[in-house]
Design a protein. Structure first.
Length: 206
């Protein structure tokens, strides 16, 4: 990286993403180099380099892009960077977007139709701004697409200002927060509720 591009803001956010990667890897949520993790900087993004193992990230595995997702340091970002850019552009209060490929998120996306509704869980209070279990949070399930521009258009058609995240069918979860720490907590809470929901689905199966 051009040393002029490294500043305290980048280092601080890169360190938070490295920690998040380890945490997700330890729980099996980012298998085989999958997923991508980003944080917004005042004039760009810090985001994981394409194809890096999220449990073994170092500062070299976090790259700098401009606000449109264009590499500023010669490193190669994932095609899915466009989805991060989309979230930052349309939901400006969010400063971190995290994407996992966990078995539970993948399974529930395949077993559900067009959405997963989470309702009545105390754990919903781990999502920013929610202070009661008497809440219904809908996570849209969107068909997977290798054309990321088209996928971003499908996401755009399903999200609104109250959205907490979305699932891509057979693929994984995207969620976000005002800080990396908030976004990590959102991943953890959603993963736990997906796991509970899957157990309930298995118990209710005739
Ligand atoms: Zn992915």
């Amino acid at each position: 990286m051009n040393s002029g591009l490294i500043n305290q803001e980048f280092i601080q956010h890169a360190n938070a993403l490295i920690e998040a990667g380890k945490f997700f890897h330890d729980r099996g949520w980012v298998p085989a180099t999958s997923g991508n993790l980003s944080a917004a900087l005042h004039d760009g993004l810090a985001i994981t380099v394409s194809g890096r193992h999220k449990g073994r990230l170092t500062r070299e595995d976090i790259m700098l892009t401009d606000v449109t997702g264009r590499s500023m340091d010669g490193k190669k970002c994932s095609a899915e960077t466009l989805l991060h850019v989309y979230i930052y552009k349309n939901y400006r209060e969010n400063r971190s977007v995290l994407h996992t490929h966990s078995p539970s998120a993948t399974a529930i996306s395949l077993l559900s139709g067009t959405e997963v509704a989470l309702e009545g869980y105390e754990l919903l209070k781990a999502l920013s701004g929610i202070d009661t279990h008497a809440t219904r949070v809908v996570i849209p399930v969107i068909a997977n697409d290798q054309d990321i521009v088209r996928l971003a258009q499908s996401v755009d058609a399903r999200l609104d200002k109250d959205s907490r995240g979305f699932l891509i069918k057979g693929h994984g979860l995207y969620t976000w927060g005002k800080t990396v720490e908030d976004a990590v907590r959102h991943v953890e809470a959603l993963e736990a509720m997906f796991e509970i929901q899957l157990r309930l689905m298995a118990l209710k199966r005739p």
